[in-house]
Design a protein around this ligand. Sequence first.
Ligand code: G3H
Length: 248
Amino acid sequence: MRDIIIVGNWKMNKNNAETKAFFEAVDPVAKTNKGLYGVGVPFTDLKTALDEAKNLIVAAENVHFEDSGAFTGEVSVPMLEELGVKYCIIGHSERRQMFGDTDETVNKKAKKLLAAGITPILCIGETEAEYDAGKTKDVITSQLNGSLKDIPAEEYKNIVIAYEPIWAIGTGKSASVEIAENCCKLVRDVVKDMVGEEAADAVRIQYGGSVKPGNIVEYMAQEDIDGALIGGASLKPDSFIEIIEKTK
Ligand SMILES: O=C[C@H](O)COP(=O)(O)O
């Protein structure tokens, strides 16, 4: 049985004082022996978050695939390791759309993270036009094959895949439970085709896109949904606390 993993993604929000206040309010509630709860925070908040975290896990929101060099503005895997980061979101659709991330660069990031013992939270998902054109399966298959290329089956227990239909991100228009479950099952089937049943059973799959306290329970009741990646509803302590309390 896979453990649940529910992670907030703050995106470009919160300073250090706000991070500290969030952890003071939320961290005690996240004490559980049943699953994992955490937040992805901006690089500038990582140290504060890690210092405060007793129960919540802390994720970076991106990383570069080279260890060091002339990459102005970037942060490397060894830099995250030095801070004690254990989780890192990669390939978020906002990075793919606005900052040039591709399946190829995301694949390099995933390999570097795994080699360092940091769990990648790999984001995939189709646009509204692709969904309407019935291309979801093709898009997911191509993103998974590209982003997880040459990663051995035994590593999949250390990987989290976040299926986030782009049309549901920040729109308030969440995918129906049926669509979310069907697509997460599709992700698992593609992984099975790629690396076999054992890896497909082990990989944790999150749904992301307008998840909130009012819909988290029905998503989490689905067989192939092991967790959620939550943007807007992870910013307010009260709303994230409600999500934790409803699922732990
Ligand atoms: O990474 C999280 C997703 O982008 C979902 O964001 P949202 O919950 O605000 O729709």
